[in-house]
Write a protein that binds this ligand. Structure first.
Ligand code: PXP
Length: 245
């Protein structure tokens, strides 16, 4: 089980004052010291938090790898193709949203063609490619048809669900992860995961990578980035170990 730490919200704090601190690059050094196995950032079209310069500096300084989240849009795709992060995760993007809401829309023929072309260009450039999708059989099958290396299952609905509805969402994630693995896809997960809710997801045997941001950055405000990452890593690795990995 790999823990990738998303540092968008370090940049969100910086952008609250349009200044130069806190710096996501410094945060990345500490996250790696805490055991992060890669650093994830989302280069949004509107550059509301992470800027091009952040990604360029991270690519030069991070010792593990950079997982770049990006929309299927020409300008950010060109950026990824030029600078070649270790992994690109394609995500949907709506300007008015607070965070990424819902997985990629792979329902129409036209949409699928555009996403498939992006996957093929990224893979041709040697970039591992993951598609952020809802835990839904049709989207998983479409991802495989499009030639993606991996899927990242959206855990937002799971994170928002309470009581019996949560168990139902865990079942949905389990079935989706099993289907993804059966189709030969690497299975990742993320969004809305916290120290309180991560264990059932980290216990799903087919999931090999988690992307976690807001909760880790929130805890880092109080106890520091290195410790916050170490605590999350301990939780996910113990859960993964109990499930036999
Ligand atoms: N995975 C993807 C594809 C995301 O877009 C995000 C949010 O940027 C995350 C994971 C991390 O979500 P959170 O900040 O809620 O942990």
């Amino acid at each position: 089980m790999r823990l990738y730490v998303n540092l968008d919200h370090v940049a969100t704090i910086r952008e609250a004052r349009k200044t130069d601190e806190p710096d996501p690059v410094r945060a990345a050094v500490l996250a790696e010291l805490g055991g992060a196995q890669a650093i994830t950032v989302h280069l949004r079209e509107d550059r509301r938090h992470i800027k091009d310069r952040d990604v360029l500096l991270l690519l030069q300084t991070v010792r593990t790898g950079v997982n770049l989240e990006l929309a299927v849009e020409q300008e950010v795709l060109d950026f990824a193709l030029e600078h070649r992060p270790m992994q690109a995760t394609l995500v949907p993007e709506r300007r008015a949203e607070i965070t990424t809401e819902g997985g990629l829309d792979l329902s129409g023929e036209g949409r699928r063609r555009v996403v498939a072309e992006a996957v093929s260009r990224l893979r041709a450039a040697g970039i591992r490619t993951s598609l952020f999708i809802d835990p839904d059989a049709a989207a998983i099958r479409a991802s495989q048809e499009m030639g993606a290396d991996a899927i990242e299952l959206h855990t937002g609905e799971y994170s928002n669900a309470a009581g019996d509805r949560r168990a139902e969402q865990v079942r949905r994630l389990r079935e989706s992860a099993a289907l993804g693995a059966e189709l030969g896809l690497a299975v990742h997960a993320g969004h809305g995961l916290t120290y309180e809710n991560v264990i059932p997801v980290a216990s799903i045997p087919e999931i090999e990578e988690l992307n976690i941001g807001h909760s880790v950055v929130s805890r880092a405000v109080f106890i520091g980035m290195e410790r916050a990452v170490r605590e999350m890593l301990g939780l996910v690795q113990r859960a993964a170990g109990r499930s036999g990995r």
